[in-house]
Ligand binder design. Structure first.
Ligand code: 9MR
Ligand code: ZN
Length: 581
């Protein structure tokens, strides 16, 4: 994809290996949109075109310290440029800059196709090429019914207090007789592991369906997936694969199981080799809220293509809502003691209930859901969050771009003002960073890419509402960040960029014996907090934006996840759509 350019090797920040003076979006820039580059050395910089003619001159550029990276940096705006290959020279180095008509089309498609590679299914050579694998996780699944063992006192004494508090949360009770073991088909593997989790899956569906609703011109290409050519855009075909799985995750009483996983993470084996028993975990209120929301949204999106499917999504969502309404109290999910796959614990379910009520109101128009949405709206405040833990932003998407005036005083006027105020913060965070990255220097967490992409989504939504170019340009810098404009000079998307992630914490990529990782997956990126103990020393004096190691072992810095791909799809689809002919 890189026109024969040689791939550069990752430079280990823990060894202080040198990086280029000039940092760029490694996939290039669009002629008419903003073009930010970052330089790390003071002095004069010049931009020349393919004929060697000087196009821009930046005299006496002065760098300033950047807190998150510890680098000295200055950001340059290259301005409007005709398509071509340019060279930026300065600081004793030169770097090529590509300006092309649709610079992000391939990566947008790849990020959607990346989800196809996560399918819990056979991947055929026709669609997956060398990344093909036989069907996986084909056994009968059982509901987790093991009684919680009392924790022995001597173990209790060693458990940290916050964990003990967690263990005092009751596990949700099973319902009725244990269902007979059965097959549950499909769904995406969540991340580098093979677990499938309802909440994170539903959130991913939300990002993708809104990307398609708002920017169809940016994400409707064919992707060579099994359904391609069936008259439905492939982004919807791919998303339906997850929805079909979510539909199977409803318990007999309407609640949704939190997840379907083995009892602990498997080693680095191919998915078809992971043949241990899979369990339906206890249900959760957050998973139920998310599933209801995603299914209610799907009922609107898929109706023109398949009314039966839309009806099924809606009736399943309504049954889930009934359960939620009958269980109004909050109870966070906790893993049973011996079920040690990902937890996705979340102490607050108001935002999930809010998103669900908004989508049900938008789909049915019934007062009952408007009242519920208004009630929960009073409890949610973080309207720019779009991650697995806080989905208020997805509710905001529904209110601002689907319900619009139908939302009335509270769900439209008030919410819009609150949203616009909060999205200013995303811009401020971006402006405070030398690289323009919308991640606070003190907040490089596990999956920091989600913070950058959530803020990009918020700034894009702001632009759609206000037409503001500063918001749009700062959102674009988040896409640039993902594709190389960062303190590590790395593109976090596998298969894309001059210096790209090569060793994501992703079981198939680690186990398939193929040099290049599975393409179109985005790494969680630098994590300045809560690093694995075995790496603490190695990262001791490294600033947070460089707390990153491109080695397979480190889930805390280099895992991929479906819900990191999807907000990047939203962001990339917007900008790709702006460049569409
Ligand atoms: O994305 C999750 C991140 O926000 C948490 O800090 C982290 C630790 O609890 O878990 C992440 O989610 C992982 C999940 O638990 C299991 N599948 C892989 C996910 C991505 O790392
Ligand atoms: Zn599988």
């Amino acid at each position: 994809m890189d026109k024969g350019k040689k791939l550069l090797r990752w430079q280990d920040p823990t060894k202080g290996e040198p990086l280029p003076v000039i940092r760029v979006n490694q996939l290039g820039y669009a002629p008419e949109l903003s073009k930010k580059v970052v330089v790390t050395v003071d002095g004069d910089y010049t931009l020349t075109d393919g004929n060697g003619t000087e196009i821009r001159h930046f005299p006496k550029v002065e760098t300033k310290p950047d807190e998150a990276s510890g680098d000295r940096v200055a950001m340059l705006e290259l301005g409007a440029l005709a398509p071509g290959t340019y060279t930026l020279a300065g600081g004793g180095e030169r770097r090529e800059i590509e300006v092309t008509g649709r610079p992000w089309q391939a990566v947008t498609n790849a990020l959607i196709k990346g989800l196809y590679y996560q399918r819990c299914d056979e991947l055929t050579e026709e669609h997956a090429g060398v990344y093909k694998h036989p069907a996986c996780h084909t056994g009968l699944v059982e509901e987790w019914r093991k009684p919680e063992p009392p924790i022995p006192e001597e173990i209790k004494a060693k458990i940290p207090p916050h964990f003990l508090r967690l263990l005092s949360i009751p596990v949700e009770e099973p319902y009725g007789e244990a269902p007979a073991p059965r097959r549950i088909k499909g769904g995406w593997h969540d991340a580098g592991d093979y677990g499938k989790y309802v909440g994170p899956g539903a959130v991913t569906v939300g990002h993708l369906l809104y990307a398609w609703k708002l920017f169809p011109q940016g994400c409707s290409d064919e992707l060579n997936i099994p359904e391609s050519g069936n008259g439905v855009p492939d982004i919807l075909n791919e998303t339906r694969f997850e929805l079909e799985w979510i539909l199977q995750m409803q318990r007999a009483d309407g609640a949704f199981y939190h997840k379907l996983t083995t009892d602990h993470f498997p080693p680095f084996i191919m998915p078809e080799e992971d043949t241990r028993q899979e369990y339906l975990s206890p249900i959760s209120r957050t998973a139920t809220g998310d599933a209801v929301a995603a299914l209610a949204l799907a009922a609107r999106v898929y109706r023109p293509y398949d009314a039966d499917f839309a009806d099924k999504c809606l009736s399943t969502a309504l049954f889930g809502w009934k359960w939620l309404a009958e269980h109004p109290e909050t109870r966070p999910y906790r893993n049973p003691f011996e079920l040690q796959s990902g937890m996705y614990g979340d102490a607050d379910d108001h935002d999930e209930r809010f998103w669900a009520a908004c989508e049900l109101y938008a789909t049915t128009g019934e007062e009952e859901y408007r009242e519920a949405a208004e009630g929960f709206y009073r409890e949610v405040r973080k309207l720019t969050l779009f991650g697995w833990a806080d989905v208020s932003g997805l509710g905001a998407l529904c209110c601002l771009f689907d319900l619009k005036e139908k939302g009335g005083e509270l769900l439209y006027d008030d919410l819009k003002q609150a949203f616009l105020r909060r999205s200013e913060w995303a811009l401020l965070v971006s402006k405070a960073s030398g690289y323009g990255t919308a991640i606070p220097a003190t907040d490089y967490v596990w999956g920091s890419i989600l913070t950058a992409m959530s803020n990009a989504m918020a700034m894009i939504m702001n632009t759609l509402l206000t037409g503001r170019e500063d918001m749009r340009d700062a959102a674009l810098v988040q896409l640039d960040y993902a594709l190389g404009l960062n303190a590590l000079d790395i593109s976090f998307v596998t298969g894309y960029g001059e210096r790209q992630v090569m060793f994501p914490h992703h079981r198939p990529s680690g186990a398939d014996g193929i040099e290049m990782p599975v393409p179109g997956l985005i790494s969680g990126g630098p994590n300045g907090k809560m690093n694995y103990p075995n790496v603490k020393d190695r990262l001791a004096n490294v600033p947070p934006a460089k707390h990153y190691i491109d080695e397979t072992e480190f889930a805390d810095m280099n895992e991929i996840a479906i819900y990191w791909n999807s907000p990047t799809v939203f962001t990339a689809a917007y900008f790709n759509g702006l460049t569409a002919e």
